[in-house]
Design a protein around this ligand. Structure first.
Ligand code: PHE
Length: 340
């Protein structure tokens, strides 16, 4: 083959490729020109028969042919898709449509984490309804009718005998009534309702997680502290976390405490998040009041236990650094994606 014939062959091959109307034709031309037994590799194999002095120019021309054919084939579509037989009007080089993967909401994550952490300590998850009786929400929890929390300005009363629970503590009562006898070891996550005006830190509808452990063997405040200390380390991902009890009052626990965790941001040194104290208030807790046992028919001389309760939003806000509780309910994807 002369150089001139070679140039003619190149022009013909490029014209053929340019005219190819579908992927199958493009593929056929690829095989014909640059495939293993294609005409261009054959020319390269035949180089030895070309007179020595012509070889450099001939070799250059063949390589140029090959490069141009490959570029022309590539311009017709990517090899893989073209070979799969994609129709010519499908541009297989366009990026695909990206499916946005869903993720658990921060509140769901805190609840799932708590269930996992307390699960390792033998706690199971109990459930109760949002609409409660005044007995379960107040009376059995040793909260008298004149207590301010029962007031219409604090509680959503639906009827004289029905209200939206103001705390998850009524699930304590349900759990003990259902169990008939100790031991019980449960956590109860759920929605709670209070007549609060919504602002950056308050919501009329929020979530709590209750904990209750009652046994016939003596249960102590030290048991409560060790369980909450373990929870603090695991939930906040802070191996050095400790807990601090401060005296408090709840009608259904005696003694009652407020529970602080070591600030996970400064590890107790003092920073803006913990207002320089090194501690962050997390939960309410205490030993189950004998009167509560009386309301479920258990003998306070034979059983003892502890209870605790904390806000899911509060933990989520502290853990993920969320400054406004309302962001947790607005379902703004710009916010949720940051926590994914
Ligand atoms: N129910 C209490 C509250 O909502 C928290 C609590 C639960 C306190 C259990 C003691 C024991 O503030």
């Amino acid at each position: 083959m002369t150089l001139e014939e070679l140039e003619q062959g190149k022009a013909a091959s490029l014209a053929e490729i340019a005219a190819a109307a579908d992927a199958a034709t493009v593929e056929k031309l690829r095989v014909k020109y640059v495939g293993r037994n294609g005409s261009i590799p054959a020319l390269i194999k035949g180089m030895k028969d070309v007179p020595k002095e012509d070889r450099p120019a001939f070799g250059k021309a063949v390589q140029a042919w090959r490069a141009e054919v490959e570029a022309a084939l590539a311009a017709k579509g990517t090899g893989a898709d073209a070979q799969a037989g994609a129709p010519a009007d499908v541009d297989a080089t366009l990026p695909g449509r990206w499916a946005a993967p869903g993720t658990a909401h921060p509140l769901s994550r805190v609840i799932a984490d708590a269930a996992r952490i307390f699960g390792k300590l033998g706690f199971t998850v109990a459930d109760g309804p949002d609409i409660e009786s005044p007995f379960n929400n107040f009376t059995a929890l040793n909260t008298p009718p004149h207590h301010p929390s029962q007031d219409r300005s604090d509680t959503f009363w639906l009827a004289a005998d029905a209200l939206l629970r103001t705390q998850t503590s009524p699930v304590q009562i349900r759990t003990m009534l259902a169990a008939k006898k100790p031991p019980v070891r449960v956590i109860c996550p759920g929605r709670t309702y209070r007549r609060d005006t919504t602002d950056a830190t308050h919501s009329a509808n929020f979530h709590q997680i209750e904990g209750l452990y009652v046994d016939t063997k003596p249960v102590s405040l030290a048991d409560l502290k060790s369980v909450l200390a373990y929870f603090a380390k695991e939930m906040m991902g802070n191996d050095g976390a400790g807990v601090r009890f401060r005296p408090h009052f709840f009608p259904f626990t005696e003694p009652s405490v407020e529970v602080d965790f070591t600030c996970h941001v400064c590890k107790g040194k003092g920073c803006n998040v913990c207002k320089q104290s090194g501690w962050i208030e997390i939960a309410g807790a205490g030993m189950v009041d004998p009167r509560v046992f009386g309301h479920v028919g258990w003998n306070p001389a034979e059983v003892s236990g502890y209870a605790f309760g904390f806000g899911v939003e509060r933990i989520a806000m502290i853990k993920y650094g969320i400054p406004d509780i309302r962001w947790l309910y607005e379902n703004d994807l710009r916010f949720l994606r940051q926590l994914a």
